[in-house]
Design a protein around this ligand. Structure first.
Ligand SMILES: [Zn+2]
Length: 619
């Protein structure tokens, strides 16, 4: 059958190309990285030539009809996704349109790359401002934790100042994407980007995001009131700004939250008390305990064979085994901080789990990369890590487990190869587990004294500090999602493309509606530094959908009984389908219903209501 043959070809390519990509990003030897880059480039060309192979596409397309009686739901969905991949390369277009498609694609790539290069640009500070605010000649970040409000404002607004060059790149990117979408029959790029996603179309996404803003409004204002109170207390000592005591600006938010957390929770003391519990080893063991209780899957360390890994400092190999000690897959974890290693926490599927024609399973191999410890220290396994890093480890291990549990017929939909709003659910759900007081205190144990338990008080303080200002962060994320959606949307995109509107105007408009009590400068252009516009293009919001879905699963299935084997097994079964079914079908299996955008919104607002009751403090 043709779809199986095409999927087998993809599997062979992925097994090499995905490994090359991982080596390119992580290998400690420059020559290996360069060789891997050449391999990656050649694979890109090979894939591109296959994806634009008209004969292959047409054969596959006709098999939709000729083989229709033999197709089940998974076959049909995989076939549709394979065809979609071809169509994303413009294979179905007429020659003239095809040329246009290729030209637009390369414009998208080039303007996106130029834009991204400039996102982290350093800003120079003039001599006058250097002297006035006591600043260095260059600034690298928008954050100033100075008590002087005017200095914070100056640093923030200088860092985020509208940049004409960035605007040009962005304008080109948006314009090319809009034309590309229209060429392939969509109203806008924001419409096109929602294919195969949980919320399915542009309007539902818009309703979801504005729903989050509205439903979180009360909690948001409560949290803001706490910050305004702190701001007023600070301003008593700040003669310049005492007139503005009752307002708050975007450049104040980070600083005031930081101040609140410092004063409200005795973090230094709690960190000292809990440091022995938060090490790389203890968090890894905690995760293994959890997955053993939920799914009967244990992670067992295996010795590294010489030459098996590029680096042995800060790297370990884990074998995932079931209760009968059957091997389910291998995870390499690379947690060392190295200058040449790609930054950012990431997981790589080097080989996916899939059914093979000889009736066996292809054993999955995953690589997790995190920048946590100095790998050269002989104590790296017992190096202390923050609670935030522990959450990140659970998140990335959640992705790895999704691949380990995979049991799909096709590689094209194996494990995490599903729409992003679904692929981020297993990882987000793991964050709910580690953020639960009962779960945390029962699974996180000291490596040297396993019978010791983290005190409930210390755990509660860590969690309270971590989850303070959840409503503000949620509304902010929804607003960024709305910007990313609308900048690619049917109204703004043509206006931006023709210069009738700037992205700065659009961003200001959305932020002012979403966070009306927070003052901002109309010239402030956070979006000129927002990398995600390039990578996610009208889908940045999918993280929020995944979080809302994970929140629903947590609240409905695990909150009362976090170690429920019944629901653990059910969730493992759902994950085994990878992207073989529509996300809504999979969610129905675990929730018992298909969540609408309204239910997702309510889940997030409930959570923020619960967390928004912060006590006022004296600073
Ligand atoms: Zn993730």
């Amino acid at each position: 059958m043709l779809r199986t043959i095409v999927d087998d070809i993809s599997n062979e390519i992925c097994k090499s190309a995905d490994l090359a990509e991982c080596v390119r990003q992580l290998h400690s030897d420059l020559e290996f990285r360069e060789a891997a880059e050449n391999v990656s480039r050649e694979f890109c060309e090979l894939v591109e030539s296959l994806n634009t192979n008209t004969a292959l596409y047409q054969k596959l397309k006709s098999s939709e009809i000729t083989e229709s009686s033999r197709l089940d739901d998974v076959d049909r969905r995989t076939l549709a996704l394979l065809l979609d991949d071809f169509e994303q390369s413009g294979v179905h277009l007429k020659d003239e349109q095809k040329a246009k498609f290729v030209q637009l694609s390369s414009e998208v790539f080039n303007s996106g790359a130029r834009f991204q290069e400039n996102c982290d640009r350093i800003v120079s500070v003039g001599k006058f401002d250097q002297a006035k605010y006591g600043l260095p000649s260059q600034i690298y970040s928008p954050v100033s934790n100075s008590v002087d409000q005017s200095k914070r404002k100056m640093v923030y607004n200088t860092f985020y100042r509208h940049d004409d060059q960035q605007e040009k790149y962005l304008q080109k990117l948006i314009s090319s994407r809009h034309q590309l979408a229209q060429l392939t029959g969509f109203e806008s790029f924001a419409h096109r980007a929602q294919r195969n996603s949980l919320l399915e179309d542009y309007d539902n996404v818009k309703t979801f995001l504005w729903g989050v803003v509205e439903k979180c409004r009360n909690s948001f204002e409560k949290e803001l009131a706490v910050l305004i109170d702190i701001s007023a207390q600070c301003n008593q000592y700040n003669i310049d700004s005492s007139k503005q005591a009752a307002t708050i600006a975007d450049h104040d938010l980070g600083f005031l939250m930081h101040l609140y957390r410092e004063k409200a929770y005795d973090i230094a003391k709690v960190s000292r008390e809990s440091s022995q519990f938060f090490t790389f080893s203890s968090i890894l063991n905690g995760f293994s305990t959890l997955s053993q209780r939920l799914y009967g899957v244990q992670l067992v360390e295996e010795p590294l064979v010489s030459g098996e890994m590029w680096n042995t400092a800060g790297v370990l190999k884990l074998k995932a085994v079931d209760e009968q000690m059957n091997e389910l897959g291998v995870i390499y974890v690379d947690v060392s901080i190295r200058p040449e290693k790609a930054v950012g926490d990431c997981h790589y599927t080097v080989r996916c789990s899939k059914y093979l024609s000889d009736a066996t399973w292809q054993m999955p191999i995953l690589v997790l990369s995190l920048g946590l410890v100095d790998g050269h220290s002989h104590m790296w396994r017992d190096s202390g890590i923050s609670f935030h890093s522990a959450e990140t480890m659970f998140h990335e291990l959640g992705h790895a487990m999704h691949s380990i549990l995979g049991r799909t017929k096709y590689q094209h939909v194996a494990g995490t190869r599903c729409p992003q709003d679904f692929s981020e659910i297993p990882s987000n759900l793991m964050e709910y587990f580690i953020s639960d007081l009962g779960v945390m205190t029962s699974i996180i144990r000291r490596s040297d004294r396993p019978s010791d338990q983290l005190s409930v008080e210390a755990a509660a303080t860590l969690l309270a500090s971590r989850h303070s200002f959840t409503a503000i962060e949620t509304v902010q994320q929804a607003a960024y999602g709305l910007y990313d959606l609308e900048v690619h949307g049917p109204i703004a995109a043509p206006q931006i493309a023709t210069g009738r509107m700037t992205t700065t105007e659009l961003f200001y408009d959305i932020m002012s509606k979403a966070m009306p009590h927070v003052q901002r400068s109309p010239d402030s252009a956070f979006q000129h530094r927002f990398h995600h516009t390039v990578q996610y293009g009208a889908k940045y919001y999918s993280y929020l959908v995944a979080r809302a879905s994970a929140c629903l699963i947590w609240q409905n299935r695990f909150l009362d009984e976090p170690f429920s084997r019944k629901w653990g097994d059910c969730w493992a079964e759902v994950q085994s389908h990878g992207g073989g079914h529509h996300p809504a079908v999979l969610l129905k299996k675990i929730l018992g219903f298909r969540p609408t955008e309204k239910e997702l919104t309510i889940a997030l607002s409930k959570e923020s209501q619960h967390l928004a009751n912060l006590d006022a403090i004296t600073v």
